[in-house]
Design a protein around this ligand. Structure first.
Ligand code: GCU
Length: 623
């Protein structure tokens, strides 16, 4: 049985020059909590020299006893004609939050550096004893936050939520919230300098002001322990009370109504059983209302209940073998020239396109996506792979880099551990094998299992060829031993020969584990007609899909794939004029959602796979 280990996360700040490790933020289940939205127009100051952060001797203003009023976070205004203030938010330009800055203003398209954001807001009515928090869905990459001139803290990482308690710090009117976002890439960063996606900067997800009672449910986890017995375990982490605080858990549609008391860590644990639970699955994504109450607090959510595990070379959902009919996806909605996904509506469009393919699985590459798409996948019955951006050539030797990666892992798992749709936590993508890399990712794997042992662990590995036989492809990597499914990316027919090579290659994958092909694909310019041997034509991409799928079908233990990628996406690594124009063209659709010929090839294949006995996910009822 799975053990529930709660971890009340404490921050670890290792100061190593710039590469400060990210503090691991305490969990905070905020999505369903009522909130005051701070989204909309924010005033901005573009600050490539960080003139608003350092004085002319390059000393950080926010580490001074009395920061100069020329520090931008002071949001100062000249008081009289002799008062020298060399900036003004009131008279500045603005950006919309949430949203990347690159696609909001032509002059910011390539910008990498710091931009200051300022929001003035009035505090909501706050009762005596209540507590208040400012919650950020995400901001890329390093974020420093100040309220009314006081530093609240810093977050590092571009794709996970963070928050600051502001109890007692709010004024009734005109609170000045100043946020510096710096999207500069760093060798010691996570990700590192080199990625195949656009480095969108900014406050890319929502900002919300949340008021809670003094004692409130900060976090919880609910899990179907066993699909045969219907056993359910859960815990609630209560903030503001010590041991002995009563917590009530109800799932009314399942007739669950339990109370438990918190222990010294503020954790209340529940163990119960249900009969007649309709398990969550792609064919039947049954969701159940859940409520946690403690004192005057109430936290509502909706959860799906399912188990996911492997047995030999099979992936089992609720004890039944499934085949993952997937597609990979970046968090980009470039219709009308947009960038990062900014709304549930855009996320819905992405999943609609994926559903048109006939998928039951989406690989959210290469970083945690927005919470909208994860919750939509719950509702639609689409299984997900969620990943931290430990991508390519990370600095494996740096402890601060490890702490940063671990903090992002914790923040990803904390946010989404109750989402039935997520069945895979991925720790890395295409990382070169080395002792240091094995140590780094082994530590992450152990930590991930500590935080959540109810999901499958994986990472996209790479293939190599046998020295004796140039057409024997091998997937053999020390990391595979740590993973539940052996995933790898391969580009036979694109970076590795042409598509006819796929008919000749055989595979050796020496693990008694399910095999998942996390990427394959080819570039094609949507609308470019030509024969199937001409690169960049739709016909070439379609033929590569046909040949590759035939090759993968021969792999023993082939349990699914998420071809690269649903739609074309921006990348500074793809300049080819007239073809790429700074887009990676491996999409099955153009960046505006126009399908290419290969879209139909994959759709036909998935329709056939969905008819196979193994692939039929029958919604199973608990006995
Ligand atoms: C790699 C990588 C992707 C990249 C793709 C490509 O497999 O994982 O992030 O975009 O190849 O080269 O198109």
């Amino acid at each position: 049985m799975k053990t529930i280990i709660t971890t009340v996360l404490t921050g670890v700040i290792l100061l190593a020059g710039w590469a400060q490790a990210a503090p691991a933020f305490k969990p905070f289940q905020a999505y369903t909590r009522p909130a005051v939205s701070l989204n909309g127009e924010w005033k901005i100051i573009v600050d490539p020299y960080e003139n608003g952060y350092y004085n002319y001797r390059y000393q950080p203003f926010d580490q001074m006893e009395q920061p100069s009023r020329n520090a931008y976070f002071m949001d100062a205004k000249a008081k009289h004609g002799g008062d020298l203030i060399e900036y003004s938010f009131d008279d500045a330009d603005s950006l919309t939050v949430p949203g990347d800055w690159n696609t909001q203003k032509e002059k910011l398209y390539y910008y990498e550096g710091s931009i200051w954001y300022r929001k003035l807001f009035n505090a909501p009515k706050i009762e005596e004893g209540q507590r208040s928090f400012i919650y950020f869905g995400a901001a890329n990459y390093r974020t420093d936050v100040y309220l009314n001139g006081e530093k609240l803290g810093q977050h590092i990482g571009g794709f996970t939520p963070f928050h600051f308690e502001v109890t007692g710090k709010l004024k009734p009117q005109n609170n000045s919230l100043v946020v510096k976002v710096d999207n500069e890439r760093h060798k010691d960063g996570v990700p590192t300098l080199n990625t195949d996606w656009w480095n969108y900067g900014g406050i890319t997800r929502s900002v919300r002001l949340i008021v809670t009672p003094k004692v409130f449910v900060r976090d919880y986890k609910v899990e179907l322990e066993n699909h045969e017995t219907g056993e359910i375990s859960a815990y609630a982490l209560v903030d503001g009370a010590g041991a002995g605080q009563e917590v009530r858990l109800t799932l009314p549609q399942l007739g669950i109504d339990e109370t438990a008391k918190t222990d010294v860590d503020g954790v209340a644990r529940f163990q119960t059983q249900t009969v007649g639970t309709q398990f969550w699955s792609p064919q039947s994504p049954r969701m159940y209302q859940l409520t946690l109450r403690t004192g005057s607090d109430r936290l509502d959510d909706e959860v799906g209940l399912r188990t996911i595990e492997t047995r030999g070379k099979q992936i089992l959902l609720n004890g039944k073998p499934i085949f993952l009919r997937g597609i990979s996806l970046h968090e980009e909605y470039a219709v009308d020239g947009g960038g990062r996904v900014t709304s549930a509506e855009e996320a819905r469009h992405q999943l609609q396109w994926a559903s048109d393919l006939g998928v039951n699985f989406v690989r959210l590459a290469h970083y945690p996506h927005n919470e909208h798409i994860v919750r939509l996948a719950d509702q639609l019955g689409i299984m997900l792979w969620s990943e931290i951006p430990v991508y390519w050539t990370i600095n494996w030797e740096s402890e601060a880099t490890y702490q940063n990666a671990q903090a992002q892992l914790e923040e990803m798992i904390n946010r989404d551990k109750n989402r039935a749709s997520i069945i895979v936590w991925s720790l890395a993508n295409e990382t070169p094998v080395s002792e240091a890399r094995n140590r780094f990712i082994s530590r992450l794997a152990a930590h991930a299992r500590e935080l959540d042992d109810s999901r499958l662990l994986s990472a996209a590995l790479e293939k190599h060829y046998s020295e004796e036989d140039p057409e024997l492809a091998i997937v053999e990597d020390p990391l595979a031993e740590l993973m539940d499914i052996v995933s790898f990316n391969q580009y036979i027919g694109w970076y590795d020969g042409r598509h006819e090579k796929a008919a000749r290659v055989r595979w050796r994958i020496p693990y008694d584990k399910p095999v998942f092909v996390s990427e394959f694909g080819a570039g094609a310019k949507q609308g470019l007609q030509g024969d199937a041997n001409t690169l960049w034509t739709e016909a070439y991409q379609a033929e590569l899909y046909r040949k590759t799928l035939a090759m993968l079908e021969k792999i023993d233990g082939f349990a699914g794939t998420s071809p690269w990628i649903l739609t074309d996406f921006r990348s500074p690594r793809r300049p080819l004029p007239g073809i790429q124009d700074e887009f990676n063209r491996k999409g099955l659709m153009s960046e505006t959602g126009t399908p290419k010929a290969a879209f139909q090839v994959l759709k036909d294949y998935y329709r056939q796979k969905a008819q196979e006995p193994r692939a039929l996910e029958n919604p199973s009822e608990s006995q």
